[in-house]
Design a binder for this molecule. Structure first.
Ligand SMILES: NC(=O)c1ccc[n+]([C@@H]2O[C@H](COP(=O)([O-])OP(=O)(O)OC[C@H]3O[C@@H](n4cnc5c(N)ncnc54)[C@H](O)[C@@H]3O)[C@@H](O)[C@H]2O)c1
Ligand SMILES: [Zn+2]
Length: 356
């Protein structure tokens, strides 16, 4: 199966291709002008498929959060320059969100901007982050504080690479797929929820929902690439998800924290009268299923609220800005007082709701 679609961006359109055996495409690239940045695990697991790979340089990176810190960048830059990197050369990223963020950031800043191409290998990257232009780099322990909007020149998606993914990374990606479908509306969410089990069992079904998620996201990023308006609903589950991640020292994979963040958003929206109980009840079983194994996770409330306040986007002058479902069950941007009822609703969620 080979399909593709175009995403319009501020640097021009780029193609997203779906193809089996996408890594073989690397062989066709002009070897002496490409520099590959690859996830160490992929380099290992797919050594055979990559054995023909010829490139001016190959940088193998262990995908952990430390790898995408500002402090690590001189290492990558030095390596590229030693291998003769020039402005007309291209970077090729092969991996998940961490490899994407490193490569995208380097592409944005090296020689004031060079082209890059992306082969996403995690479900999160294939179904969500591979389009949308963002790079996010850590500085020490401050997560995702530096970033740019730098779209790739092309994206090549091979769903069969996902068969080697750990179960928790698969569920992390499914968390983002659930988010994107919830943004589309209750019918789209219901549709993916009813296919939940098959996402893990049937590659064709998974491919269909990856494509659908990207099609939905495409509309928003083409309308608001720089995240000033309509795209902000993609923060659904993230305001609270990030705070859950921070409060638990990142012991929960991002997309799984997002599912818990959506559940919490639905709960407090119901408790505070922005939405109704129906929306919470409708989505809770699927969301809970996706964060299973973490439902008993202790989220220290003081650290959770500190993390919420730390993110200036969320809380300021006694107000919180968050994406919450409205009465129709669609996520919208809501600004409301960060008052006693708000804190009580969050507390009540963590005190029982996840187990129910
Ligand atoms: N720039 C963006 O738009 C954006 C969006 C969302 C998340 N992110 C960032 O992405 C990161 C998370 O990315 P992620 O969840 O894609 O994963 P990741 O890059 O952290 O990789 C997760 C794990 O999967 C392994 N892996 C990757 N592909 C594999 C495969 N095909 N088979 C087996 N193992 C494989 C990796 O080695 C790693 O151990 C975070 O740092 C997050 O901040 C960026
Ligand atoms: Zn996310």
């Amino acid at each position: 199966v080979s399909e593709s679609f175009v995403v319009k961006s501020h640097t021009g359109p780029y193609q997203v291709h779906f193809e089996q055996g996408a890594l073989a495409r690397l062989n066709a690239l002009v070897a002496d002008t490409i520099h590959v940045i690859i996830d160490a695990r992929i380099a290992d697991l797919y050594a055979q498929a990559l054995s023909e790979l010829r490139a001016a340089s190959v940088t193998t990176v262990e995908a952990d959060e430390r790898a995408k810190t500002l402090e690590q960048m001189p290492l990558y830059v030095g390596n590229l320059l030693e291998k003769g990197f020039r402005r007309h050369h291209r970077l090729v990223a092969i991996g998940g969100g961490i490899i994407q963020d490193i490569t995208c950031f380097l592409a944005a800043t090296m020689m004031r901007g060079v082209d890059w191409v992306f082969f996403p290998t995690t479900l999160l990257a294939q179904a969500d982050s591979c389009i949308g232009s963002k790079s996010s780099i850590n500085v020490g322990s401050f997560k995702n504080v530096l970033g740019t909007f730098t779209p790739p020149r092309a994206v090549y998606i091979d769903v069969s690479l996902l068969t080697t993914l750990d179960e928790r990374d698969a569920r992390s990606g499914v968390g983002e797929i659930l988010k994107v479908h919830a943004i589309e509306g209750p019918d789209a969410f219901q549709d993916v929820a009813s296919a939940y089990e098959r996402l893990f069992q049937d590659e064709t079904v998974l491919a269909r929902y990856i494509q659908r998620a990207l099609q939905i996201k495409k509309r928003f990023i083409e309308d608001d690439e720089f995240d000033r308006g309509s795209r902000q609903v993609f923060n659904y589950g993230h305001t609270f998800g990030h705070a859950i991640e921070a409060a638990t020292e990142f012991s929960i994979p991002h997309g799984i924290a997002v599912t818990m963040g959506m559940d919490l958003a639905n709960f407090i929206a119901w408790r505070l009268g922005h939405s109704d109980r129906k929306t919470f009840d409708r989505m809770h079983p699927t969301l809970r299923r996706n964060y299973r194994g973490y439902e008993g996770l202790t989220v220290p409330l003081d650290r959770f609220f500190t993390a919420l306040q730390h993110d200036k986007k969320n809380i300021g002058q006694g107000e919180i800005t968050a994406i919450l479902p409205d009465m129709s069950g669609c996520p919208v941007r809501i600004r409301r007082p960060a008052d006693e009822p708000f804190y009580a609703a969050c507390t009540s969620y963590f005190e029982g709701c996840r187990l129910a």
